[in-house]
Design a protein around this ligand. Sequence first.
Ligand code: TXA
Ligand code: MG
Length: 332
Amino acid sequence: MGVHTEILDGFTPAAIGRAVAALKKGEVVAFPTETVYGLGADAFNSIGVARIFEMKKRPRFDPLIIHIGHKEWLPSLTKDVPAQAQRLIDRFWPGPLTIILEKKSIIPDIVTAGLPTVAIRMPSHPVALNLINDLERPVAAPSANPFGYMSPTTASHVARMFQGRLSLVLDGGACRFGLESTIVAIKDQQVFVRRYGAVSLEELRALLGEVREKGKNETIDSPGQLPYHYAPHAPLTIIRTVEEVKTSTSSLLLFRSPLKMPALRHVRILSQTGDLREAAANFFSYLIDLDREDVDMIYAEQMPEIGLGRAMMERLKKAARKRHQPTSAVTD
Ligand code: TXA
Ligand code: MG
């Protein structure tokens, strides 16, 4: 039922032209970035942006990231750019880092859920850049998954998740990083990590020196920080060794090659050699594969909480916590 979801090769000018025309009409299109796929609308078109919230079933109090095509667009969108933000931009843009800055009134309130700040990044994926630059406006886009579910890293994931409700997906191949962008905020010249992601804490510290991690008891100022985000439908348990796997009807996400392969039908190994970057690129894609109807538990092997391992473990812990939430609190 509903609309037919078309997947077009995003590297062709014709596909970009179709997507730009749709955005200009206030429609929503899915597009690739180097992190995960996004569900985009013209950031200046409140109706288009409202459609994103409806399609994702995302609460209106959860603000969106806007994606720009040139660093030079920044002064027209934000009030000022602190020195640390400028250093981060010089080093990581275009790329998987989102910075929260004070917004100008040109950005509709629906994008930022009424907050005085806006989350901005310049993606590096050529298809994303072509789309944004041909539109000549910033594109507001959350990850292209139903609210609370895992982020898609291929065009076919997106098409499956929004079948019948989305008309166009630009295919830009599998996402290089496979994890969402890292989000930072700057307050009184201090840099705070708001979400672990594709740029590691170690990389941020190498550039800036001190970078604060978000405190455990900090107030939730971005709803994406709710504990049940990024969750598969099946319950998930984090394990230290494969011996902890209980039933044959479960699936297993291994960080690296095990000494002995357990006898399960659905097993994925993130990286044979335990390489965190390779693991991250496969992470959501494998988890989505393992989240099957015939599976009643997903076991996930823990990995070292360094580099990109920190971002993956944060997502696994949130997924593991989901089954302890009352179902009414979980909005997939
Ligand atoms: O890699 C990414 O960042 C992907 C691609 C598509 O760019 N996008 C993405 O968007 O992950 P989304 O909406 O799934 O996650 C954005 C997070 C949410 O947790 C939201 O609450 C937070 O950013 N956020 C957005 N604007 C904010 C603001 N002004 N202040 C604090 N948090 C904000
Ligand atoms: Mg998301």
